[in-house]
Ligand binder design. Structure first.
Ligand code: XXG
Ligand code: FE2
Length: 356
């Protein structure tokens, strides 16, 4: 799906998320007190936060509102002209677009917000205020330091349609999950030289599955687990810590006070060459989502945040028409192999002593 004759904007990266939260003080405690994000700005009803290595104004806006939801996933584009290009591209797709001039969101200049063909609220911007990059501020660095916003994961009922639309926008697939009929259940796509800036998970949508922050090391993630244990909030750890199959990253999923899911993620791999190979996982491979075979909790498949339209109303949901990964595999992940007998299910099967 591409707007006929209209070139897509040159997207650099997923730069920030805006979440609507129902209790700003509780959310501040979670994102600043627990996760250690750095406050760029606080104003009545909103907090702007950034990761250690960020040099633009923020990676996360928390805005207090009556209904929790994901208000926007914002992508940085390469030039100011790409903001115009984004608006023209989405208008060409028949989508609602709204230009947001300087100062609508603190620290962000001229931007366009769109309701995309999948129903997600997206923003494209170039101009952004620069702030101190805290990379060498070891005096401020915590043991579980979040260093970058890594990606956003969205739930949509028709993953192949979503993949086609994102390919039109210039995203490339790094990994996906399919069955033997070639049905795609989930896909990971990138603009940066990482496994993904955006991923699509099949399910009732549009919803936001999670946003993900990167740490430098695995031990940073383990520290967050220890800290949550010490604070007696281990019930907010939903899944992990573990090693993903897809992406090979080390991971943890935690739930904020409104149930927004946050992944802490580290050490995926370089994907920047034009012929970077796509890795396809069998939906029955019980190591695809956790390399150690640990089960995925059902809530991880079923729960996700509502997304809001440009008027801040929750979007209605559509259900998938065909089989969902949840229906195929919940309860089958971990401790039992559901892949076909004799087949290893993926090209990633080794035996001790295997040589290159
Ligand atoms: O970032 C991710 C995820 O989308 O959160 C999930 C990388 C891999 C996985 S999966 O659970 O499929 O291993
Ligand atoms: Fe993720």
């Amino acid at each position: 799906m591409a707007a006929p004759g209209v070139p897509p904007p040159d997207i650099v990266r997923c730069a920030y998320m805006e979440l609507v939260v129902t209790d700003l003080a509780a959310s501040r405690e979670f994102y600043v007190g627990l996760l250690g994000l750095h406050v760029t700005l606080e104003e009545p009803g909103a907090i702007y936060l950034r990761t250690l290595e960020e040099f633009i104004h923020h990676n996360l806006v928390l805005r207090e509102g009556p209904v929790a939801g994901a208000a926007v996933a914002a992508f940085r584009v390469r030039t100011p002209a790409d903001v115009d290009a984004a608006q023209a591209y989405y208008q060409g797709l028949g989508c609602r677009t709204e230009r947001r001039r300087d100062g609508f969101v603190a620290g962000i200049g001229d931007a366009v917000r769109v309701e995309d063909p999948l129903g997600f609220p997206l923003e494209f911007f170039y101009e952004a205020a620069h702030v101190e990059r805290l990379t060498r501020r070891y005096d401020l660095t915590g043991a579980g330091e979040l260093v970058r916003l890594d990606h956003v994961n969205l739930v949509t009922p028709d993953v192949p349609r979503g993949q086609n639309y994102l390919e039109g926008l210039g995203f490339r697939v790094s990994e996906d999950i399919q069955d033997s009929d070639g049905t795609t259940y989930a896909v990971w796509m990138h603009r940066t030289q990482t496994v993904h800036d955006i991923a699509l998970t099949g399910g009732a949508g549009p919803r936001m599955h999670h946003l993900a922050f990167a740490t430098h090391e695995k031990h940073n993630i383990l520290h967050i687990c220890d800290k949550m244990g010490a604070l007696r909030i281990s019930d907010r750890i939903e899944r992990g810590p573990g090693r993903h199959g897809v992406s090979n990253a080390f991971y943890l999923y935690v739930l904020d006070p409104d149930g927004h899911r946050v992944e802490i993620y580290t050490q995926d791999y370089y994907t920047g060459d034009p012929d970077n190979p796509v890795l396809t996982w069998d939906v029955h491979d019980n190591q695809r989502r956790d390399w150690w075979g640990n089960p995925v909790v059902p809530s991880w498949y079923t729960e996700a945040s509502p997304v809001l339209d440009l008027d801040a109303n929750p979007r209605p949901l559509s259900k998938p028409a065909g089989a969902s990964e949840q229906a195929v595999t919940v309860g089958a992940d971990g401790f039992s192999y559901t892949r076909s007998p004799g087949g290893e299910g993926t090209e990633l099967g080794f035996k001790l002593g295997d040589q290159l």
